[in-house]
Ligand binder design. Sequence first.
Ligand code: UDP
Ligand code: MG
Length: 319
Amino acid sequence: MLPVLYIVVPCYNEEQVLPITSQLFLQKLRSLERAWKISPESRVLFVDDGSKDNTWQILCDLARQDRHFKGIRQSRNRGHQNAVLAGLMEAKESCDITISIDCDGQDDLDAMDAMVDAYLDGCEIVYGVRSKRDTDTFFKRFTAEGYYKFLRLMGVDAVYNHADYRLVSSRVLKEFANFKEVNLFLRGMFPLVGFKSTSVYYERRERMAGKSHYPLRKMLSLAFEGITSLSVKPLHIITGLGCIIAALSFIGVIWSVIVALTGNSVPGWASMTCIICLLGGVQLTCLGVLGEYIGKIYMEVKGRPRYIISQRTKEWEEI
Ligand code: UDP
Ligand code: MG
């Protein structure tokens, strides 16, 4: 049986670009249907993320025009990651595969063919990865690529240069639904689910119309979210630093005692130095230890699944 595909598209104040890109999504869906890769029950599912312009009216009109279009609307603006999650969770019961993609036409729709092929070959997650960043400014490119490297250093298993253009099977989504956390950084969370995955490379273009809703402020907050939601390594670093400083202050204490004993200091200097050195080291180590516990509590309250089973042996049958 052919898989049912849902293309999940978050939209926030996108009245300018939707009339253009909705037709491109439809064409892509039809061409995949004609190639007998997906079922005619496939849909484009738009998620209106609490838009203040005519986005919802446009989505309602689209749904009236063609049965391939569906729309859901969030009660208020919750941000891109939450909008994508809402769409994926809505889609997971009705489809076999989802592809999440922005609605501004920046991501190359033709990469979907390769994504569906990879799914038909047995992959459950297919990451869309930017092959180059020619269309970015030097600043964006430098900070984005540096960030992906930093994430890795912090122990976050995110795919390099992958944003949120991704194929995910409904099977993975059903497991993903058990990740109950509210601080979302989807691109770093899907690798946690496991299953067979691969990457498809594509070139990212300029926005077709309208303007970006990701100003530097939002980008920085997403970047911060990525580290703090997925890694407790910064807390380990504090513990490590505490131990190093404690060791250094121990040397400082010995040094100040020697200076005092050789008579090269004013009275009271050595005792003051000893106290400052020791307290600094002890305080930071204690903070680190507290941090370790907080890190553990943080991971516990996320309530992430402790195991996910991907396969079971079939019952033995006599041939
Ligand atoms: N978006 C959203 N909610 C928001 C901001 C953005 O659903 O609060 C959607 C937006 O409509 C688009 C996608 O997220 O489909 C990516 O946003 P945008 O193109 O503005 O970001 P950029 O590509 O400039 O990083
Ligand atoms: Mg964009």
